[in-house]
Design a protein around this ligand. Sequence first.
Ligand code: PLP
Length: 383
Amino acid sequence: MNRFLYKRQVYLDNNATTRVSKSVRRVVMRVLKYNWGNPSSGYYMGKRAARIIERARQQVADSINAHSHEIYFTGCASESNNAALITLSNHFYPKKKKIISTPIEHPSIMNTLEFLQTQGVVVQYCPVDRYGFISIKELETLIDEETFLICCMFANNEIGTIQNIKEVSAFAKSQNVLVLSDCVQALGKVPVDVKDLGVDYATFSAHKLYGPKGVGALYAKISSPLEPFIHGGHQEEGMRAGTESVHNIAGFGVACKDVKNLIAYSEKTRLLKEQFIKQLKVIKPDILINSPTDNCLPNTVSITFPNINSKELMMMLDYNGIAVSSGSACSSQLNKPSHVLKAIGLSDKEATETLRISFGKETSERDIRYTIKVIDNYLALIK
Ligand code: PLP
C-alpha cells in the first residue's frame, strides 16, 4: 500500500528518531561532496577534515557546557553506553565490584549490565515510584564500599521522567562513587549542563535532536578513568579507533548548535502535549497518564487505554498516517511488555494497552486535532 496516499502524515514518535533538519542536511551533503579526505592524513585534505571534526567537537561540548577534550565521538549512544559501562568495569573490577542502576534504563544499558553480571560485576537496581522517580533514600541503602558507579538516566525515553541527577551526583560524590548518566533524550528538550549536573560520564545521540543517525558522543569528565573501547588507530585520543564519520560528526555539531532554539521551542511542545491530553480525556475519560506532570520531558506522554490493545491502536493510527509507538523503538518489536512500564507498576495487560506519544518541533495543533479525531472515530467503531 502506498503510504503517501494518506490524507495526512503525522509523526508523533520523535523519541524514536527525528527528521534531519535542513541545516544539518546541508552540512552533511557538503562534507560528503567536498571534504571526503581522511582526517588522519597529513596533507591539506586530511587536515581540513580533521578541522571539521574539531569544530563539531567544540559545538557538541558547548551545547552541554563541557570542554571539547571531554567529548569522544562514537557510532551511536548505544555504543557510548556500552563503552562507558564496560571500560569502567574493566578499570575497577575486581577491586570494586558493584554498579547501582535503575530498572527503567534504555536496553543499551540494561543488556550491557546483564552481560557484565556474567563477568562477575554485581548490579543492583534502585526501585522507582509510580512515575519512574528514584529516591536518594533507596540509593543510600544500596551503596557500599564495593560500589564504583551509579548509572542513572537523565530523562526516560518511554515515560519522560526527568531524574534529579544533580542530587544523585552530589550523593555519589559524598560516597566517592562515579556517575554515568544517559542524557540521550534530554539534549535538545531540556537544558543539559554536565558541570551543573555533576556527572562524570554522559551519553548522547545525534539522531534524537534532528541530526544524522550513526553518530553519538561520550562525555567523560577530564581526569575520570576511561580506557580504549575500540582498539586500533589513534583516533579519538586512542579511545575509539576507526576512521571518523566526518559528515555525520559535522551534522551532529550543527544539530547541537541549535540546542538553545530547540529548548526555547519546547515550551510550545509542552502546551501541545497538555492540549492533547485534555482533548483525549474528553473522548476517553478512563485513560491513565503514566508520565509525571512535573519533571517530565515536555514532548513525551505515555498513555494507557484500558481494554484497548495498543498494537491494534497503533496499526489503526498508522493506517491513518499517524506514527506513534507502543514503548521504545528498540523494544516495540519484541512483543514483551515494556520493562519501564512494568517497573512503574503496570500489569502486563496495562503495559500492552499503552502508547508512547512524543511530539517534535514540527508538530502542529492541526496534527493534534487530526489524531484526536482518528482516535475518536476508532473508539466509536469498537464500542
Ligand atoms: N538511550 C536512550 C534513552 C535512548 O532513547 C536511545 C535511543 O532510543 C539510546 C540510548 C540509544 O541511542 P542510539 O540509537 O544512538 O544507539
